[in-house]
Structure formats: structure tokens, C-alpha cells
Design a protein. Structure first.
Length: 275
């Protein structure tokens, strides 16, 4: 237990130090970026699902879209909690602040989930309301913004890791790369995921979401012929996103990926009222 706490503390200190260094050395143009606000309302509900969108400073040419799904602790309706980890790195971290891209971060309401994280057996059920709102937001952003259809990326942590596995299985044709962190999914969806570039992360000492949740997805995809990457982080607890999103993690790999057939995303660039 002491070793696990020590490793997590070291990672957290490194993460904060790198963020501070990045903030001090930001590109002046990129420092002008800030998250705009928006909201999605489903046609069969009066509930509003808030989101934040970070746009590139230069919006004249298409740029990648990064979709981030936060964890359970960031749920709410203030449209701020979801910025706590990954989104804020695009403003403060040297290795991400200079990336020219859009970042979409929706906030899941309290008592809701992006996707189930219990009894993940059998066929994939209908999407949860929060997932339906997220899908609608993605379609809206792609239709209205200058998004590079070959570079749509998906990542999430903890509850958002489950959501990433779920959304990737629903729309594998959309994503150039998926980085699910300390989450889990439904092994029955492996066939749909086998051709998607995936790099999953999970701490071996995670006592919130057992590492087996990620490993069983990786094993299922490999059994059907896929080649997902997997980083099991020895001694790391539930903060494995500090590694995945930090320098030397998955971000350079993610941004290097291209969807060889972006036609499904291109089709979304035409405005639609469908959800």
C-alpha cells in the first residue's frame, strides 16, 4: 500500500511540475485559447447536457477533434467540473497546449453514467441518455466546425473510460484512435473494435476499477484478430491518466493516427436534426 501511494504521489508531483513548466513556456498565440460553452437537449427530454468546446486559434483550415469523457467525480451541471484533468492540459501543459485541435468535453449529470459499468455481458444495450447527448454534440460539432474527418480522437478516464469503450463500439467508423483509461467495456463488442487503433492504460494497483476490466477488453479484441496496445502500469492506482496524458504517454501516438476511411465522419458534416 505504501509503495502504491508513493508511486501515485510521485506521478502527481511530476504532472503538476510539467504543467507549471508548460504554462510558463506556452506559445503566445495558443495562450489566447479558451473553452466556449454550449448545451444539448434531447428531443424527448427537458434535461440539458452542458459541454465545453476548445477551438484552435486558427479556424480557417480543418483541425483534429478530440472528444474527452470525464470520470464520476466530475459529474454535475456547472459546466466546469469536466475540465479538471485532460481539458485543462490543453491550456497549461507544454506537450498539449501547442496542439492545433478542437477539444469537446461534455459534462455528465449527477446520478447518470456515460455507459453501464456493471454486468458487462451480452449484447450492447441502447445508449444511456448522457451518451445520446454526447453523440448529438459530436454530430453538431462536426457539422458546424472545421473538423478534419480523418482525425477524430476519443479518450476518457474511469467512468469516461467505460464511456470510451462504449462509444467506440457504437461508432468505430468515426475514430482515428481511442485511448480508454482505467475503464472497462463489453467483450461482446470486440469484433466491432478490432480495426480501431486503441491504446488502453490501467494501473495494476487500481482499487477503484480493477485492472482486469481493461485487460478483458484487450484480450477479447486480440482474440478476434485486433492489435490494441495496452499499458499495465505497475504499482499505479486509479491515477493512470497522469501517465497516459503526460509527456511520453499516448498523446503523440494519438495525434499521429489517421482514419483511412473518413467517409462516415464526412457524412456528418452535413447538418442534420437526427439524434
Amino acid at each position: 500500500m505504501l509503495n502504491t501511494l508513493l508511486v501515485s504521489l510521485i506521478l502527481a508531483v511530476m504532472f503538476m511540475s510539467l504543467n507549471a513548466l508548460g504554462a510558463a513556456s506556452q506559445n503566445p498565440n495558443e495562450s489566447k485559447r479558451e473553452f466556449d460553452t454550449g448545451a444539448i437537449t434531447l428531443s424527448n427530454s427537458n434535461k440539458s447536457y452542458p459541454y465545453r468546446l476548445l477551438r484552435p486559434v486558427d479556424q480557417e483550415t480543418p483541425a483534429p477533434l478530440v472528444i474527452f469523457l470525464h470520470g464520476a467525480g466530475e459529474r454535475g451541471d456547472n459546466n466546469e467540473g469536466q475540465l479538471k484533468y485532460f481539458p485543462n492540459q490543453f491550456l497549461n501543459s507544454r506537450h498539449l497546449s501547442g496542439k492545433r485541435c478542437h477539444v469537446l468535453a461534455m459534462q455528465c449529470p449527477k446520478k447518470e453514467q456515460w455507459a453501464p459499468y456493471r454486468m458487462l455481458i451480452g449484447k450492447q444495450p441502447e445508449p444511456r441518455p448522457a451518451m445520446k447527448a454526447l453523440i448529438k454534440a459530436i454530430k453538431k460539432i462536426i457539422a458546424e466546425e472545421e473538423v478534419d474527418p480523418s482525425r477524430v480522437y476519443l479518450t476518457g478516464l474511469s467512468m469516461g473510460g467505460y464511456g470510451s469503450w462504449d462509444l467506440a463500439a457504437r461508432h468505430p467508423e468515426w475514430f482515428a484512435a481511442v485511448v480508454p483509461i482505467c475503464g472497462g467495456g463489453r467483450p461482446s463488442t470486440a469484433e466491432r473494435l478490432k480495426d480501431v487503433p486503441i491504446w488502453a492504460f490501467h494501473g495494476t494497483a487500481d482499487n477503484v476499477v480493477p485492472e482486469q476490466q481493461s485487460k478483458r477488453m484487450i484480450d477479447a479484441i486480440r482474440r478476434v484478430g485486433g492489435t490494441p496496445a495496452y499499458s499495465a502500469l505497475p504499482g499505479v492506482g486509479h491515477g493512470s491518466w497522469l501517465v497516459a496524458y503526460g509527456p511520453g504517454g499516448a498523446m503523440e501516438w494519438m495525434f499521429a493516427q489517421r482514419n483511412p476511411d473518413p467517409s462516415a465522419v464526412e457524412a456528418l458534416s452535413k447538418p442534420s436534426n437526427s439524434e
